[in-house]
Design a protein around this ligand. Structure first.
Ligand SMILES: [Zn+2]
Length: 127
């Protein structure tokens, strides 16, 4: 988390303690607008208005991890759908095996960034 030091005069500090809206406003305007990190949801102070991820997510590669989990989640959801189709006799065991092989390969491609999430989803639901 980045820190910003703002000097406050004793008079202003007294005004803030006394809830002087004008003085409080003056100092609030010096602070960058806090934003919600699009990855983890934590509130952070962006250094530029274009920033959408907090420092922690940027540094730890958490964004990648969440994206990767999302890819796995999509695979699992699609697998459940396909398995249910097989149970309802809308898909044979062989077809499910073929689907699984293709879907698994697509998952690896999506994780590696070779295909987009849209392409990935399309492949997952194609028989
Ligand atoms: Zn974050």
């Amino acid at each position: 988390m980045s820190k910003r030091i703002i000097k406050i005069s004793a008079d202003d500090l007294r005004s803030i303690i006394n809830n002087d809206a004008e003085v409080i406003k003056k100092y609030l305007s010096m602070l960058p607008n806090p934003k919600k990190c699009e990855c983890c949801g934590h509130i952070f102070n962006p250094q530029r208005h274009t920033e959408i991820y907090c420092d922690n997510c940027k540094l730890t590669g958490y964004i990648k991890k969440v994206k990767s989990d999302d890819i796995l989640k999509k695979y699992n959801t699609a697998y459940k759908t396909m398995y249910a189709r097989m149970r309802r006799k809308k898909l044979t065991i062989e077809e499910l095996a073929i689907w699984r092989e293709r879907a698994y390969k697509a998952m690896l491609d999506a994780k590696a960034g070779h295909i987009t999430m849209n392409e990935y989803t399309t492949i997952l639901y194609r028989i």
